[in-house]
Design a protein around this ligand. Structure first.
Ligand SMILES: Nc1ncnc2c1ncn2[C@@H]1O[C@H](COP(=O)(O)OP(=O)(O)OP(=O)(O)O)[C@@H](O)[C@H]1O
Length: 210
């Protein structure tokens, strides 16, 4: 388990984002330290997914900036420090669940749990040998959550992470997020559902910016 990154800080300053040349959000600011989480809420189309993609560098900011500091030599910048779990699961349907996780562990580096251990943490310990394409919607999401565990990255950016999960899996995931925060991680999660985390801050995004 990595040491606490006590001085780690992740901030957005007057951030703006656009899609197709149209502004989607503006004036988003927050600052998170090790062990803190932010829930991003708001109606459909408010820009939650767009914000997450800007935060992890998949989309450019139209104004303002994202700052990440305190990650030391291991995580010098946001690209190296964050896990991004988008709407899509990012797994190859023809490869087995374990093969997918081995791929991601090699790709992302900073090996943490083994694929088998990670699958056990999400209640899928018996099905690592199955092709990912055979899994149910909820099982696919849980296997994707296991990706967060095979490589350690301090910042988790999660887009509707519990979509498709049953109650028991939601509770299990809340526990995993709690452990990540206790270890000094940072979480930003876009969600329509309470994620079972206590004392987290909320960023409520409005309707589309005109
Ligand atoms: N590639 C694109 N080109 C143009 N507009 C886009 C593109 N992708 C998204 N949009 C628009 O940007 C706006 C914000 O979309 P976004 O997916 O960020 O919202 P959201 O808050 O995550 O919504 P939801 O709760 O439905 O997931 C929407 O009006 C959407 O139609």
């Amino acid at each position: 388990m990595p040491d606490k990154q006590d001085r780690m800080r992740f901030a957005a300053e007057d951030l703006g984002g656009e899609r197709g040349g149209e502004p989607v959000f503006a004036g988003v600011s927050f600052a998170l330290s090790a062990g803190e989480a932010l829930l991003v809420t708001g109606p459909n189309g408010a820009g939650k997914s767009t914000l997450l993609r800007v935060l992890c560098g998949l989309l450019p900011a139209s104004r303002g900036g994202v700052r990440f500091s305190g990650g030391g030599d291991e995580w010098p910048d946001m690209a190296s420090a964050c896990h991004y779990l988008g709407h899509r699961n990012g797994m190859k349907t023809a490869l087995s669940v374990t093969e997918n996780l081995v791929f991601w562990q090699d790709f992302l580096g900073h090996a943490h749990l083994s694929p088998q251990e990670a699958l056990e943490m999400v209640g899928l310990g018996e099905i690592g040998h199955l092709p990912f394409g055979y899994l149910s919607t909820g099982q696919r999401r849980r296997a994707s959550i296991a990706r967060l565990l095979v490589s350690y990255r301090p910042v988790w950016l999660l887009d509707e992470p519990t979509s498709g999960l049953d109650r028991a899996s939601e509770a299990q995931f809340a526990e995993l997020m709690g452990v990540h925060l206790e270890d000094g991680g940072i979480i930003v999660a876009a969600t329509h559902l309470p994620l079972g985390l206590d004392g987290v801050r909320e960023l409520r995004m409005g309707e589309r910016v005109e």
